[in-house]
Design a protein around this ligand. Structure first.
Ligand code: PHE
Length: 348
């Protein structure tokens, strides 16, 4: 066969294919495809004959042949789309269209996550930004810069889990026992005025019961600015509580001790469940629910972070998130949050 004959053959293939294509239904299209483009189709076989041509001719004819192959394949696809060939006929398929669908399980956020989000939202409305810190912490941030000198008895109040790793100064690393180290990290890396909150997991070596766990969550907040007093702390906490529990919520302080604040206080919110009734299971008739540790930041802490306590002052508070979640969801045993029993979590 010479070049001219081969080109002629190609032209015949094209004509034959196109005249077949115009009138083809779905079944005819499948036949057409096998006949011309299949493994033993006319075009496929013709392309194979090219091996008998000299190299130069083979290059030119090969290009022609491949172009035709692409043209025919594209036209075939277009026609298939027109006739709907290739679509599954659902009525004839194995699908039972009358069958009801499977229920699709919807996930939801864990009540502790919802509580953290809600609390952070409340503080963001008051102009606080969000900060974060590591769970494995250095002695310096967890204790020393927070005015817990080595061997200070207050360290024993927070039974610490140590990690078998040392920090740069050779001291054992630990699982943070509170979120207060985030205060230090934030003051050291950012410049005042500062208002931040930070929520996260903390760890203490404690036996598990209805209101204790070796891993729980805290929300830490602090402010560093000029002329900050206990009054700013009280206003902020009251505004936050009213947002969370309603406009009648009030705050009361009672004296307490934490090395990193002076004065230090326990802050309680007025019982939002009763009017000081003796039988109230939440406030036990006192009318108050203790919710946070708080106070005015100790000058030693401000100094440790590189600021002059004569120029800068601040307040800080730390809240147990489980305690808030128990109030918000009406739960009496915090173990419910950790057991991951979906039958309970789904009700919240
Ligand atoms: N970090 C304290 C604790 O875990 C709580 C606290 C935070 C108290 C900030 C005062 C100020 O017990």
């Amino acid at each position: 066969m010479n070049q001219a004959d081969w080109k002629n053959k190609l032209a015949l293939i094209r004509d034959g294919f196109l005249s077949g294509l115009a009138a083809a239904d779905a079944a005819a299209l499948a036949e057409l495809e096998t006949h011309y483009l299949g493994r033993k189709g006319e075009l496929t076989l013709s392309l194979r004959e090219l091996k008998d041509f000299p190299l130069e001719e083979r290059k030119v004819l090969g290009a022609l042949g491949n172009a035709l192959k692409e043209e025919l394949a594209a036209k075939l696809d277009a026609r298939k789309a027109e006739t709907g060939a290739g679509a599954v006929d659902l009525k004839k398929s194995q699908f039972d269209l009358t069958l009801a669908g499977y229920p699709f399980a919807k996930g939801s956020l864990h009540p502790l996550t919802l509580t953290v989000d809600k609390m952070c939202d409340g503080f963001q409305k008051l102009g606080f930004s969000i900060a974060q810190g590591p769970l494995i912490e250095e002695d310096y941030f967890n204790f020393e810069a927070l005015n817990f000198p080595p061997d200070h008895p207050a360290r024993d109040m927070q039974d610490t889990f140590y990690v078998d790793l040392k920090d740069a100064s050779g001291k054992d690393l630990m699982l943070r026992t509170h979120t207060s180290p985030v205060q230090i990290r934030t003051m050291k890396t950012r410049t005042p005025p500062l208002r931040t909150v930070s929520a996260g997991r903390v760890f203490r070596s404690e036996a598990v019961d209805a209101s204790h766990s070796f891993a729980f969550h805290q929300l830490e907040g602090f402010c560093l600015d000029r002329n900050i007093t206990m009054a700013d702390l009280k206003w902020t906490l009251e505004a936050f509580m009213q947002d969370l529990f309603g406009s009648s919520a009030k705050i009361a302080f009672s004296p307490s001790f934490f090395p990193f604040v002076e004065p230090g206080a326990q802050a309680a919110v007025s019982c939002v469940f009763c009017g000081s009734e003796a039988a109230c299971p939440v406030c036990k008739g006192t009318g108050w629910i203790e919710l946070l540790g708080a106070g005015v930041i100790h000058p030693n802490v401000i100094r440790a972070c590189g600021y002059d306590p004569e120029q800068w002052s601040g307040f800080a508070f730390g809240a147990g998130i489980e305690r808030f979640a128990m109030l918000l969801f009406g739960i009496k045993d915090m173990r419910m949050f950790y057991e991951n029993d979906l039958r309970i979590l789904k009700q919240l």
